[in-house]
Design a protein around this ligand. Sequence first.
Ligand code: 13P
Length: 251
Amino acid sequence: MRKKIVAGNWKMNTTVAEGVALAKAIVKQKKEVSKDVQLVVAPPFTHLVPVAQVIEGSSVALSAQNCADQPKGAFTGEVSAAMLKDAGCAYTILGHSERREYYGETSEKLVKKMALAFENGLKVIFCVGEKLEERNAGHHFDVVSTQISEVLFGLTPEQMADVVIAYEPVWAIGTGVTATSEQAQEIHSFIRQTLAAHFGGKVAEETTILYGGSCKPSNAKELFACPDIDGGLIGGASLKADDFIAIAKAY
Ligand code: 13P
């Protein structure tokens, strides 16, 4: 059975004190969530160590939102995969559309980041998704398959076991507009077929594929009921423990 994951991407929100309080509330309410669901929180870099202390011993896992494309040294302002591991991270998000759009994150950079994440024992939540104009032009399948092939096709099937894919249509992120469950299922199924064609059926069947983009308690159940949707990458609604837990309880 594929792992089900509900991950909260806090983006650039919360103070340390607020983040610690949010993590504490999530740990407290976690018992309401099915044991089959892995909860992940991805706070800002400055919060990783204090949040790691809060979630230690619980089954909630820690993720970073990004990592450097270099291992160490004179790269002012960057945080390496080794540092993230040392801070207590099990995962890092890579390739979020906000990083692609605002910080020039290319597939070439993502290949380097992914290699460093693996070298340091991190799993990767790899984000893909098309912009509105790309969907309107009917190019969404091409965009997503290119994002996947450029970064993931260089990996071994063993490395794919440490990759979670998050499909996040850019037009649904932070807009309140969610993909319909039909739209999401269609592209999740396509992603799985894309993986199957390259890696074979076993990798495709075992890869967790999350949906992200205005996922909230009111729509999580319908999205998570789709056969190829294995959980969610949650932005805005992950900043309130009650909403985050309610989404995870959709399973
Ligand atoms: P929202 O849930 O706020 O739309 O954000 C989704 C997202 O980008 C998660 O990475």
